[in-house]
Design a protein around this ligand. Structure first.
Ligand code: SF4
Length: 318
């Protein structure tokens, strides 16, 4: 994966260090600013400031119906910014169609992705919680956009999954959305076969079946349905055993070309990874080394081999 230019990604403005929180503070994310900004062109939005709430301001919270909560002032419930937050989310989703991902803040009534507290009349939150209203609006207009809470980027598996999804969505926009055709749709699927398989074997099979009949429907519909399903499948984090399955499949492409010593070395490395003794980067580096010599163009083009820039080192931790 070579970066030619940075990928546009939205971000809660307070994560970039902007002092836009209700108390005049920020929640600067060093990981986003120091590491991810090498690959992502972060575009900050503060929905609460956008709907006219000043800084500092009284905090807001979600209340009422868990399926359709309202965002009201914590101290003064007559302050209601529900419609403004939803509309701003929809506007950003419509006007910023180039976004390939979004990093948000956990628990915010505007920016939270899930489990945001929704208070009931007894002043206790309802079980399960809900979604911040800006994010709700954003997802209505851009339902496949990869969104993640900044705190979850501390988890190596979730971090790798989010960044994989952003790069995959970017590649979709470049390869298919910018030049729509059944051919490009099939090519995209072919390049992502093993990536899909690592995240969902069932999803990989189902999308293959879907594409076999996709030409019977209008291209626009086929593309919309494909990317909806594709992003949902790769949203399931890949597991150690599914990575092992993919590594073995890819190794199978070289079974005639590799001598028994090389085969044994590679198998041992995959086995060490399966036992949790080494990280994914170890067998993958060896596999890529052999594939460069013996792999076909098809296998070398697999997104699974380099789903994100190696300098991020994401596979050194999973
Ligand atoms: S509305 Fe979002 S961006 Fe603004 S301060 Fe709250 S969490 Fe941060």
């Amino acid at each position: 994966m070579e970066m030619t230019h940075k990928i546009p990604v939205g971000i809660s403005a307070c994560l970039t260090g902007q002092k836009v929180r209700f108390n005049g503070g920020h929640k600067q994310s060093r990981y986003c600013l120091d590491v991810l900004s090498d690959c992502f062109d972060f575009m900050p939005f503060c929905p609460e400031v956008a709907v006219g709430l000043g800084v500092p301001r009284q905090p807001i919270r979600l209340v009422g119906d868990v399926k359709a909560p309202r965002a009201v002032g914590t101290n003064d419930p007559s302050l209601d910014v529900t419609e403004g937050l939803l509309a701003h989310g929809r506007r950003v989703g419509n006007e910023m169609a180039e976004l390939c991902g979004y990093v948000v803040i956990k628990g915010s009534p505007s920016c939270g992705y899930e489990r945001v507290k929704i208070y009931q009349e007894n002043n206790y939150p309802a079980p399960g919680g809900g979604r911040g209203l800006f994010v709700q609006g954003l997802m209505e207009t851009n339902p496949v956009l990869p969104i993640e809470e900044e705190g979850r980027l501390n988890d190596p598996v979730l971090r790798e999954n989010f960044i994989t999804r952003v790069f995959a969505f970017y590649s979709w926009k470049q390869a298919v959305e910018a030049d729509p055709s059944y051919h490009n749709l099939l090519e995209f699927h072919a390049c992502n076969k093993y990536l899909l398989m690592a995240h969902s074997y069932d999803g990989y099979k189902q999308l293959g079946r879907f594409l076999a009949e996709a030409h019977e429907q209008p291209l626009e519909d086929a593309m919309a349905e494909y990317i909806r399903r594709f992003m949902a499948y790769i949203g399931q984090p890949a597991e150690r055993k599914t990575h092992v399955n993919v590594l073995m499949h890819m190794m199978g492409y070289m079974k005639k070309a590799l001598d028994s010593e090389c085969k044994q070395e590679l198998l041992e490395s995959i086995e060490q990874y399966r036992r949790g003794e080494v990280h994914l980067v170890v067998p993958l580096t060896m596999l890529k080394h052999y594939l460069k010599r013996h792999g076909s163009e098809y296998i070398l083009n697999q997104a699974y081999l380099d789903p994100h820039p190696h300098q991020l080192g994401l596979r050194n931790y999973i």
